[in-house]
Design a protein around this ligand. Structure first.
Ligand code: SF4
Length: 494
């Protein structure tokens, strides 16, 4: 038995360049973990990383021709279109190289298996949720295909049944890392799975299915053993914990972080984490910074308590402000997740959000403003907001996929401002993608241009918000404002 695990090439349309949620970061080790599980059970497995190693389809085909796998597993990632190129590729290589079984896994297949199996007959099954155990069973029993943990075609149509998840995550073999894993200057590592929260826009927990213990953490010793093993393989000394929620719940979660920090400190490495605002407190941040913490992403999401409640964030504005203050006290400027526009936003919500961002110095840099002033709530299959909006008859499913949807804003003025900001920030992004390298190096010319554009963007947001409060703007006027804004950006960047 010979298995290839494929990360397929990904493409992004210009107009979706700032839409972040096609696959959560926590999916980035899906393939590695399956690979680790298969290798530990003596299955011959090769990872072909078309994404991180930037392989095109002919290069991927050459690998497949060389190995001629019996089973091809593909981490299928939604990239805002219908995956036609990939599906045609699968059809062709399956027939050409006599591949016996093709299965897909990841967030997209877990929720949208039906359309995927309908669109691509060459895909035999979609594995659902956590896939190490089910993939191993598939390979060990082949050609018998398991019934649980899988969505497959049967005489009764497509049948999907959830399988087992690993409650003791220390029992998992370490992920297999291909050369792509070391290609971007840092090493991704998973310290835990799931989240004890339950935000309406998030599908991290639904991905794992209906399990009692939502957050499953590895022991500090087990994490450190993997870090030690990785440090023997590479000179990279920056690790990024891709856990959706680095902290476990309650005192036990805090104690675990303290223990992990003491072990990390002995490794003399740097690392980044993602966390909830309510978990940020002095003691753990102090020890994490001492141990090498450099970056943190916190999902603030809103500057208004009513909106945080609607999002079921289980945090308050006070938690958000305290988290910012503690992190800054310890020298960490966090990256923040923020949803400026959500389906039920009012103009007052936007104003309160804007004041929150300003008050907390989150509108001082273009790289941050361009994100926080624009982000709208992305509604993906699996999230509770998708379900709730569907039940309310408010869900507009994308023509590309059931996986992606949006909804009409309750307030037409909010809808107008969201559309304007989208057009304006996309225009800014079209420049930023080419000048990012220079800004990263703090080139003074580009920094000055970014400063001017930032001032323009922040002021424009405030001006258009005030305007909309007082009058309705016609579509012609809206288009004119956006054109003037974009032309001014062109002038600054010229
Ligand atoms: S805090 Fe919310 S958004 Fe973040 S992982 Fe948990 S449920 Fe998802």
């Amino acid at each position: 038995m010979n298995v290839i695990l494929l990360e397929h090439p990904r493409s992004y349309g210009e107009d979706r360049c700032n839409d972040i949620a096609n696959a959560p970061l926590s999916a980035c080790l899906n393939t590695g973990y399956i690979g680790g599980m298969l290798a530990a059970n003596n299955v011959e497995v090769t990872i072909v990383d078309g994404y991180l190693e930037k392989l095109d389809y002919p290069a991927i085909e050459a690998e497949i021709a060389k190995i001629r796998p019996t089973v091809l597993g593909i981490h299928l990632v939604y990239h805002w279109e219908d995956n036609k190129t990939l599906y045609q590729f699968i059809e062709r290589i399956k027939a050409t190289y006599g591949i016996a079984y093709v299965c897909v896994y990841g967030f997209y297949p877990t929720f949208a298996y039906e359309e995927i199996l309908n669109r691509c007959p060459a895909i035999d099954a979609a594995l659902l949720g956590e896939t190490e155990l089910i993939f191993l069973k598939l390979v060990e029993d082949f050609p018998t295909v398991p019934d649980a943990g899988i969505a497959k075609r049967t005489a009764n149509g497509i049948v999907a049944t959830r399988g087992e998840v690993v409650m003791d995550v220390d029992s998992l073999p370490f992920p297999l890392r291909s050369k792509g894993s070391y290609s971007f200057g840092e090493v991704n590592i998973s310290g835990s799975r799931g989240c004890y929260g339950g935000c309406t826009f998030c599908y991290i927990n639904p991905y794992y299915g209906d399990i009692k213990r939502k957050w499953r953490g590895r022991s500090p010793e087990n994490i450190i053993a993997e870090i030690d093993a990785v440090m023997k393989e590479t000179d990279i000394r920056y690790f990024y914990f891709m856990d959706p929620n680095f902290y476990g719940p309650g005192q036990a979660g805090k104690d675990r972080v303290l223990k992990l920090a003491s072990l990390l400190k002995e490794r003399h490495i740097n690392f980044g984490i993602e966390a909830r605002a309510n978990d940020i407190e002095d003691e753990t941040i102090q020890v994490l910074v001492d141990a090498g913490l450099k970056h943190i992403l916190i999902g603030l999401e809103s500057g208004r308590d009513e909106a945080l409640k609607r999002l079921n964030k289980l945090t308050t504005v006070a938690d958000n402000e305290q988290a910012l203050q503690i992190l800054r006290k310890h020298g960490i400027e966090p990256s923040v997740g923020f949803i400026m526009f959500e389906p039920d936003s009012t103009l007052e919500d936007l104003k309160v959000n804007y004041d929150f961002l300003k008050r907390n110095a989150l509108l001082d840099k273009l790289e941050i403003s361009v994100n926080v002033l624009y982000h709208h709530m992305i509604i993906l299959q699996g999230s509770s907001s998708y379900k709730a909006l569907q039940e309310q008859g408010r869900l507009n499913i994308s023509k590309h996929s059931t996986y992606e949807a949006d909804t009409d804003y309750l307030n037409p003025k909010v809808a107008m401002l969201a559309g304007m900001l989208r057009d304006m920030t996309n225009h800014i992004f079209s420049y930023m993608k080419d000048t990012w390298e220079l800004s990263f190096k703090k080139d003074p010319v580009i920094m000055e241009k970014y400063r001017l554009i930032n001032n323009l963007l922040v002021q424009s947001f405030e001006d258009y918000l005030n305007l909309l409060k007082n009058e309705a703007i016609t579509v012609e006027k809206r288009n004119k404002y956006v054109s003037i804004f974009n032309a001014t950006v062109d002038g600054i960047m010229a």
